[in-house]
Design a binder for this molecule. Structure first.
Ligand SMILES: Cc1ncc(COP(=O)(O)O)c(C=O)c1O
Length: 486
């Protein structure tokens, strides 16, 4: 049985997530002055996506492509088989997918959204409705791009920031059945379930719930698609929180989940490596339907837009997702940070999920109306006073409706991603310290407005500006309190 850091108790009773890895390659970091950070914010349109890493101290933008790779992955990259067609690296990738995810047919894609493009291209038509537990930005963008729309069918508890519900990512089964009856199965190309539901705070679904979704999908003859980008972490939380699976191995839990889906796709940038993705199924007919789209959009069928080195790293990474001591590292650090902030009364999404710590900007910045993007402002303010780059997950990340009207997000969150095995505990303590200061000075934060708004996925490259001089005032207060400290 593999070890898990969560099982290691400290004699002094402290609850400390212990790292079960050692660091063998390091990258130097810089913490630039607060004056430079303010300049950098202005240059990047107060959008943390547009910051340069030379101005970032701790990069908590995302775990996508930023999880630390293992020595075995790096080693495998050196053994890759360079070939346009028929590469043995792809054969190893197929084998890993079959052994870990239990799916025989694999289509390689260059990243998760490429899988979403292929699946939407094949199945979504004008007027299609795709029910899902919750949207992910790129999944929704592709579905709408092909003329469909989405329906989000979570239980109300999912929107409660401070909650003890273990499975906030569960699909509301009554709503799902009502949705199918309302639109008719013929208009529903697939039901989408997202593991560790990203945009509501990295919250998992239970296998009991997935079985319920499967039963409805089968009853009405609708395909069930699983977004498995954060599958390992969802499986880990199933093991922690679902009675039936407490004694099961990660391998069994993962296969139980993927076995309930007709089609599984993933961003390997999150699941198992730093690049790449895949679509897999056991259904030959579905495979044949999707197959011609790969050479059209991605590349030949044995590389799909990836380098063979990346393919090797994905294959090894897939096996590593079965190792509890590896997969629990990021959730354990997240739990540590969430509990630390929560104990100080700073509102964060609970129970602790995966991917990152999600801070509730809506309530912290309740003085900022949603039309002035409280989560965007909070993300910019936190970078300004700490050099830590998080990501806005609120209304800036939403897309306008078909008439061009602003749509406001259900939650205004600042996500502080904690990629696997990247940060140390003292760095997490620094985040806690600076967040506490910002919380105490939250009234100084003001709103933002767009000065440049791209038509699609505006949060990536959009430019904003503060509505007044709040950023300068924040700098002034920081210098009063911290003196010469960066
Ligand atoms: C749940 C989920 N699905 C899909 C994607 C898209 O993957 P990629 O960034 O590799 O295109 C992401 C990326 O963060 C994700 O979190």
């Amino acid at each position: 049985m593999s070890e898990s850091s969560q099982k290691i108790k400290f004699y002094n009773g402290e609850d400390i997530p212990l790292e079960l890895h050692k660091v063998r390659v390091v990258q130097k970091l810089h913490l630039v002055t607060i004056e430079r950070r303010l300049e950098a914010l202005r240059e990047s349109g107060f959008n943390t996506f547009r910051l340069d890493t030379k101005d970032v101290f701790l990069d908590m933008l995302t775990d996508s492509g930023t999880n630390a790779m293992s020595d075995r992955q790096m080693g495998a990259m050196m053994m890759a088989d360079d070939a346009y067609a028929g590469s043995q690296s792809f054969v190893r990738y197929q084998k890993a997918v079959e052994e870990v995810l239990g799916k025989k047919y694999l289509l390689p894609v260059h990243q998760g959204r490429a899988a979403e493009n292929i699946i939407s291209n094949a199945f979504v038509r004008k007027g299609s409705v795709v029910p899902m537990n919750y949207h992910f930005t790129t999944a929704m963008a592709h579905i709408t791009q092909y003329g469909g729309r989405i329906e989000e069918l979570l239980y109300d508890e999912a929107y409660v920031i401070r909650s003890q519900h273990p499975f906030k990512g569960n699909m509301n089964l009554e709503k799902l059945e009502a949705c199918v009856k309302k639109h008719g199965p013929a208009n529903i190309p697939f039901i989408r379930m997202e593991a560790s539901t990203n945009l509501i705070g990295g919250q998992p679904f239970s296998i009991e719930n997935l079985r319920g979704v499967r039963a409805i999908a089968e009853k009405y003859g609708i395909r069930l698609v699983l977004d498995a980008s954060l599958l390992g972490e969802n499986a880990w939380l199933v093991k922690q929180r679902e009675e039936e699976f407490k004694e099961k191995s990660m391998a069994e839990i993962i296969k139980t989940m993927t076995g309930l889906a007709d089609l599984v796709y993933f961003s390997a940038r999150k699941l198992s490596s730093s690049r790449g993705g895949g679509i897999c199924t056991n259904d030959e007919k579905t495979f044949k339907e999707l197959e011609p789209l790969i050479p059209l959009f991605e590349g030949f069928l044995t590389y799909g837009g990836m380098s063979v080195r990346e393919i090797e790293a994905i294959a090894v990474g897939l096996y590593e997702t079965l190792d509890e001591s590896m997969i629990c590292q990021s959730p354990a650090f997240i739990e540590y940070l969430v509990n630390a902030l929560d104990s100080k009364g700073i509102p964060v999404v609970t129970p602790p999920g995966v991917l990152g710590c999600h801070v509730d900007a809506m309530s912290i910045c309740s003085h900022i109306p949603q039309k002035e993007y409280p989560a965007g402002a909070f993300a910019a303010a936190f970078y300004l006073i700490s050099g830590v780059r998080g990501m806005e997950r609120g209304s800036v990340s939403n897309q306008r409706d078909e008439y061009g009207n602003e749509t406001y997000a259900d939650m205004e969150l600042l996500r502080l991603a904690i990629p696997r095995r990247v940060f140390t505990l003292s760095q997490i303590k620094y985040v806690e310290d600076r967040m506490t200061w910002l919380y105490d000075n939250r009234q100084l934060i003001g709103g933002l407005r767009f000065v440049y708004e791209p038509p699609v996925l505006r949060f990536f490259m959009g430019g904003l500006e503060p509505i007044d001089d709040w950023a300068e005032k924040l700098v002034e207060k920081f210098k009063q309190d911290f003196g010469d400290s960066l």
